[in-house]
Design a binder for this molecule. Structure first.
Ligand SMILES: Nc1ncnc2c1ncn2[C@@H]1O[C@H](COP(=O)(O)OP(=O)(O)OP(=O)(O)O)[C@@H](O)[C@H]1O
Ligand SMILES: Nc1ncnc2c1ncn2[C@@H]1O[C@H](COP(=O)(O)OP(=O)(O)OP(=O)(O)O)[C@@H](O)[C@H]1O
Ligand SMILES: [Mg+2]
Ligand SMILES: [Mg+2]
Lengths: 227, 227
C-alpha cells in the first residue's frame, strides 16, 4: 500500500542544504502494522510527511494506495490525503476554536455525505473509544496534553481511512491509555484491514509492530524490515 | 523547597466547575529528584503550573523556595518564576521567531547582567549538553519534535535556577537521548543542589526519581512519597 524508491528530502535552510531523508526505499503491504524508529532528528516525521503528501520529495518515487503521489502539488496532496489517509501529527495540530467533538468531526464534513445524526454517532463512537466522551465540548486549551493527543487520534480514525500515519501517537500518554490506543488500532487493522504506519520512540508501540524500520541520519538501515 | 497544603485548582468552564487538583498536600526538600506520575488528565500539569506560578490556586497554600506564592498575581508570578525557576513546558512553548540559540539565551537576558560573551559561552555549553550545538541558528519550525524539546530543556537550565519544573521532558526523545538528559539533570542536582520536579509517564524518569507522588483524578494518593 506504500512503495518508496530512493525517497529523498533535502531542506534548503538559507542556502545550507539539510538532507533530512536520503534514498529511502521500502514497501509496506496493505494491513501492515509498521513502525519507523530511530534517534531524534533521524528523519521519521519527514518520512511520514512525505507519505502523507504534506510535503514533496526532492528526489525518488512514492506510491501510496496505488497512486503515484511523487509529483502531487499542495492542493492535490491535501485532497488526496483527505480522501485516503488519517494523519496523527506529532504536535497534534488541533483547531483551537473548535471543540473536541468538532475537531474529530471535521474530516467527516470534508469526506462523507452523511447526515448530522450519522456523523454524531460516529464521532461519539471514537470519543468513547479514546475515553473522552465527557470532554466532547471542551476546547483544546482546556485539555491536558494526553487528552489533546487522543482527540488527534480519534480524528485520524473517524473516516475509517485505509491508511493511518501516526507520528509518535503515545508520547503524552500514560501506560494504560497507550496500551488501550494500541489495542484499538490493532482491532481496526484486524476488522477493517487498515494499514498503520508509526513513527515512535515508545517500546510499547515497537512491541506491537509486526514490521520495524530503523532510520539513522536520514538513511534507512540495511537490516530494516523484520520485527 | 516546595511546600503545599490542600492545594486546589478548580477551572470554571462555562459555569461547570472542573476540579483539576483537589487538596494536594506535600513537601519536597531542596535537592530532591521528584516525580509526579498518574494517568492522562490526573492533574500533573495543573500542579506544576501552580508551583511554577503560571497559575493561581483556588484554595490552599503554596510556599516555593521559602516564599509564600499563594496570592501572587500574574506579573509578580512571572517575575518570581524568572528569578528562581526553570520551566520545561509539555508543549515546549518556544518563541517561533527566535533561533534555538536565542530561545535558550532569553532567560539570561531577563535575569543576569552578563556580557554578550559570557552569555554566548553559557548558551553554547547548554546546547552542547543536549547535542544541539550545530542547530543553534535553526528556528523551531526547522527542528524535529525531539530537537524542540531539547531546546526547551536547555532554556530551563541556562540560568542555573535552584528549582527546575519539567513537564514530561522526555516525551519526544528516543531512549539514548532521554537517558542523556536524565543524566545531565542528575549531575546538576549533584553538583549544584538543584531541585528537579517532574511530571512524567516515562519509566526511565521514574527509575531515576528518588521520590514519587501519584495523582489520580486530581488527588494525591495516600502512599505517595517513597520511590
Ligand atoms: N484551562 C483549563 N480549563 C478547563 N479545564 C482544564 C484546563 N486545563 C486543564 N483542565 C482539565 O484539568 C484536568 C487536569 O489536567 P492536567 O493538564 O493537569 O492533566 P495531566 O495530568 O497533565 O495530563 P497529561 O498526562 O495528559 O498531560 C484535565 O481533565 C483537563 O481537562
Ligand atoms: N522545515 C525544515 N527545515 C529545515 N530542516 C528541517 C525541517 N524540518 C526538519 N528538519 C531537519 O530534518 C531532520 C529530520 O527531522 P525529523 O523531524 O524528520 O526528525 P524525527 O526523526 O521526526 O525526530 P524526532 O524523533 O525528534 O521527532 C532534523 O535534523 C531537522 O532539524
Ligand atoms: Mg518527529
Ligand atoms: Mg500534562
Amino acid at each position: 500500500v506504500v512503495s518508496a524508491r530512493e525517497l529523498t528530502k533535502i531542506y534548503d535552510t538559507e542556502g545550507v542544504p539539510v538532507p533530512a531523508l536520503s534514498d529511502a526505499s521500502f514497501d509496506i503491504e496493505s494491513g501492515s502494522f509498521a513502525a519507523f524508529v530511530g534517534p531524534s532528528g533521524s528523519g521519521k516525521s519527514t518520512l511520514l510527511n512525505l507519505v502523507g503528501c504534506l510535503d514533496r520529495p526532492t528526489k525518488g518515487q512514492l506510491t501510496v494506495v496505488g497512486e503515484d503521489v511523487t509529483g502531487l502539488g499542495r492542493d492535490d496532496g491535501a485532497r488526496f490525503r483527505g480522501q485516503h489517509i488519517g494523519f496523527i501529527f506529532q504536535d497534534f495540530n488541533l483547531i483551537p476554536v473548535l471543540s473536541a467533538f468538532e475537531n474529530v468531526e471535521y474530516p467527516l464534513l470534508m469526506l462523507r455525505d452523511w447526515s448530522a445524526k450519522r456523523r454524531r454517532a460516529r464521532v461519539e463512537e471514537l470519543l468513547k473509544a479514546v475515553e473522552l466522551e465527557s470532554f466532547a465540548d471542551k476546547r483544546p486549551s482546556q485539555l491536558s496534553g494526553g487528552q489533546k493527543q487522543r482527540v488527534a487520534i480519534a480524528r485520524a480514525l473517524v473516516t475509517g481511512a485505509k491508511l493511518v500515519l501516526a507520528d509518535e501517537p503515545t508520547a503524552n500518554l500514560d501506560r494504560e491509555t497507550a496500551l488501550r490506543v494500541i489495542r484499538l488500532m490493532k482491532k481496526m487493522r484486524d476488522d477493517l484491514g487498515t494499514t498503520f504506519i508509526f513513527s515512535t520512540h515508545d517500546p510499547k508501540v515497537m512491541d506491537a509492530a509486526e514490521l520495524i524500520f530503523t532510520l539513522e541520519d536520514g538513511k534507512l538501515k540495511e537490516d530494516g524490515g523484520a520485527a
